[in-house]
Design a protein around this ligand. Sequence first.
Ligand code: EPU
Length: 295
Amino acid sequence: MLAALPELAVELEQGVSLARVTCLGIGGRTDLLRIGRHAAIPDLVNLLHGGGIAHKFLGGGSNLLVADEELPFVVMQLCKPEPEVAVEGNTANVDAAADLGRTVTFCAKRNLGGMEGLIGVPGTVGGALRMNAGAYGTQIGSYVREVRVYRAGERKIETLKGDQISFEYRHTSFGPNDMMLSVKLELPTKPYEEIIKGIRICNEKRRSSQPLGQKSAGCIFKNPPGASAGRMIDELGLKGFSVGEARVSDRHANFFINSGQACAADMLALIANVREQLHAAYGVNLENEVVVWNG
Ligand code: EPU
């Protein structure tokens, strides 16, 4: 299998610690396959299937909790192309590997706005698309006109129109076997100065309420309808509560921090414990926002 990789423009890095490529800084080791050319993906996946090698798709690793120790699957990740974004009128053609924040500012410089609220959301455009990332009243799904996706179930690349995809709160109709490749976003024209003003306001709100600069996966739980998981966890006095070096943030209680060398087992135990306490106190069953890759 290895011999075929250069031909497919796939670069193999063996024994990569996923703690290095996730924002939580947690995760065991496996081989990382970096994909330089979208068109090669069906052949690569066929090769992996042929070899009986389990595999997963990695975006920016910002909303991901990966199991400890040796992982029983390899990981595929898209390389960032140059340029990551190309603008034509009000349409931005964005590669799924592009950084979300850089895409927002790139478009702003071309007087295309709407996505100001997404400025501080870490991760790639592909990752944001898959979960319909949102903040401050904006969600990426509102701007999607077309998505190119590799559908592992059917082993082929497809182009979906925006109205063929459902975007809900932190949820989309994409399946676990869909790998985002690129997206066409249609954005409203807005003067750069106005966009920058909106970006500054969102940055300020985020800085004042979220633990930026610490290792986290953003919010751990989705909000239940009409309520804030962070506020409920806070009301139970759980800020600072920890299991090993996994800790509920003192700043925003729906952010769980790796405060040193936390392992996945610690983080999973903290998540389970907080979920149980919320269930006991409020009768709600919180759903994970963080994606968990078990070993
Ligand atoms: N609150 C507390 N204590 C806390 C956290 C929040 O009392 O520890 C209160 C706040 O004071 C506020 C209310 O709860 O009155 C809501 O808080 P916030 O505005 O921070 O919103 P959130 O519902 O906790 C959501 C998203 C965030 C997003 C912000 C801003 C989810 C799960 N979280 O948080 O998204 O940045 O709104 O739009 O939907 C993420 O998805 O990873 C994420 C960080």
